[in-house]
Ligand binder design. Sequence first.
Ligand SMILES: C[C@](O)(CO)[C@H](O)COP(=O)(O)OP(=O)(O)OC[C@H]1O[C@@H](n2ccc(N)nc2=O)[C@H](O)[C@@H]1O
Ligand SMILES: Nc1ncnc2c1ncn2[C@@H]1O[C@H](COP(=O)(O)OP(=O)(O)OP(=O)(O)O)[C@@H](O)[C@H]1O
Length: 306
Amino acid sequence: MSAVTVSVPAKVNLQLAVGAVRPDGFHELVSVFHAVSLFDEVTVAPADELTITLEGEGVGEVPLDRSNLAARAVELLADRLGQDPAVHIHIRKGIPVAGGMAGGSADAAATLLACDTLWRGNTPREMLRRLGAELGSDVPFSDLGGTAIGTGRGERLAAVPSVGRFHWVFALADGGLSTPAVYGECDRLRAEAGVPVPEPAPREELIAALRAGDAPALGAALSNDLQDAAISLRPSLADTLAAGTAAGALGALVSGSGPTCAFLAADEDAAKLVARALEESGTCRTTRIAHGPVAGTKIRPVAPPA
Ligand SMILES: C[C@](O)(CO)[C@H](O)COP(=O)(O)OP(=O)(O)OC[C@H]1O[C@@H](n2ccc(N)nc2=O)[C@H](O)[C@@H]1O
Ligand SMILES: Nc1ncnc2c1ncn2[C@@H]1O[C@H](COP(=O)(O)OP(=O)(O)OP(=O)(O)O)[C@@H](O)[C@H]1O
C-alpha cells in the first residue's frame, strides 16, 4: 500500500459539565460530544523518516516536529506493532487550530487509523481508541463521531441516539486559548466564588431534545462549565455570543475550551443569516457553517487507476 487517507471531523461539546480535579490532575467530566462537518484529512505514506507537512487552517501555528499529536500517534502505534515509524504525514486542516474543536485530537485519531491500515495492523477499533486516550482525552471521540456522552476525563464513551440533522454556525476567533489554562481559570473562578464543585451529570432535557430531533429544545439546553473561564480569559467572547443570539440563533455557547463560539440554527437558511450577522458584527475573525452529527474517522477510498 503506497498511501492511506483518513478524514476526521471536528467536535463541539453540547454539554460540558466539569467536576472536581482528580488526583491525576484531570477533571471529572460529563461531556456530550457532537461531531460536526468541519474536517481534517490526514494522509500517511512510507518515507525515509517521520516527517509532517500541513496545509489549510492555522498553518504556522501547528508544530511540525515530534510534538505534533499526529507524530506522537505514529510513534505510539509503531511501538505497539513493532513497526518502523518512518512515514510522511500530510495534514489538510479544516478544523480551527487551538479553537476548542479538538483539531489535534482529530489528527491523532486519523493518524492511528491511517497507520494501522498502511501497516495492516488489524488493530480492533476499540483498541485504537484506547491508544488514542493515551494521547488526549478527546481522541477516542474523534474516532467514534456521531453524538456521545464522555465520562471519566472524557474518554469513556457511550453513543447517544439522535434524530435528524442539526445546523451550526461557528465563529472563529483570532488566536487560540490553551486548554489547561481554561481549566485552571475555571478552578480559580470556582475557588474565588467559594461554591462547592457540582457532581457532573448529563442534562435530561438535552438528551431528550437529541432523541426527538428538537432543535429549539436543544438550543435551550446547551451548556458549558468552561464558558465563564473562557470569557474571563477572552472577554470579547461575550460580544460574539450576544451577536449570534441577537441574529436569531436557537442557542449559543463557547465550544469546549474556546475560543470558537457555536450557534445552533433552525435550518440552513437561518444558519446563513446568523453567519452573515456575526461577520458584520466584527466580533469574530470569520465563520463556518456545518451540520451534525457526522461519522468519525473514515478511510477515503483509493481512486481506481484510470
Ligand atoms: C475541553 C475539551 O476539549 C472538552 O472536550 C477536553 O476536555 C480537552 O481534551 P484534550 O484537549 O484532549 O485534553 P488533554 O490533552 O487530555 O489534556 C490537556 C489538559 O487539559 C486539562 N484537562 C483535560 C481533560 C480533563 N478531563 N480535565 C482537564 O483538566 C488538563 O490540564 C490537561 O493537562
Ligand atoms: N495536529 C495538530 N493540530 C493542531 N494542533 C496541534 C497538533 N499537534 C499539536 N498541536 C498543538 O496543540 C495545540 C492545541 O491545538 P488543537 O487544535 O488540538 O486545540 P483544541 O481544538 O483547542 O483542542 P481541544 O478542543 O481538544 O482542547 C496547538 O496550539 C498546537 O500547538
